[in-house]
Design a protein around this ligand. Structure first.
Ligand SMILES: [Zn+2]
Length: 186
């Protein structure tokens, strides 16, 4: 008799498979080809109604284009799009984070677990940086629906809608739709 219960391993596989299936068909590289497009994508996912100050939550926030930094017009706090995320203070380019997220999802979905050395070789970064990259990316991707990585890389609005129902990140489906169409145009 076949057990009806799903094992922990089955759930793990389903998790990685669902993240892999949600990835853009032609890869994140074609959808978000530049650091700037990654920055715009991350900003729209984090703040679908426009950026809010990560310190005081004020929504009157300006942007210093040259330094790629937001500033709060209330408390004057300055912050980047990655501030407060697992990518905070990383020297790794945002484009590489996106690519690495996609690569890890695909590898884990195939049952592979890339070594620090292989990650170091692939992205031409030091072993220490590769180890940290993998550790942070895996911790984020292991979260329900792949955490911020899962949602950033996903082409499916359905996931954003589901998040909205759950009340996570206050992601608005209409804003998400808009950001998707804008991303497609840009
Ligand atoms: Zn503020």
């Amino acid at each position: 008799m076949i057990s009806q219960e799903l094992s922990k391993l089955d759930y793990k596989r389903m998790h990685w498979m669902s993240l892999a299936l949600a990835l853009p068909v032609n890869g994140t590289g074609s959808k978000f080809p530049s650091t700037e497009s990654c920055r715009v994508r991350l900003s729209r996912i984090r703040w679908p109604s426009g950026p809010t100050c990560i310190r005081c939550r004020w929504d009157d926030v300006g942007y210093l284009n040259l330094r790629k930094i937001f500033y709060c017009r209330s408390c004057h706090h300055q912050f980047s799009v990655t501030a407060g995320t697992f990518m905070h203070r990383s020297r790794i380019d945002l484009r590489m984070w996106f690519t690495a997220g996609e690569d890890f999802i695909n590898a884990f979905a195939r049952g592979n677990d890339p070594t620090g050395h292989s990650v170091s070789e692939r992205y031409q970064i030091s072993y220490a940086a590769a180890y940290r990259l993998k550790k942070l990316a895996k911790a984020e991707l292991t979260k329900p629906e792949g955490g911020l990585f899962g949602i950033v890389g996903s082409q499916w609005i359905g996931i954003l809608k589901k998040r909205e129902r759950l009340g996570e990140n206050h992601v608005s489906a209409s804003c998400a739709k808009r950001s998707e169409s804008e991303a497609a145009q840009g």
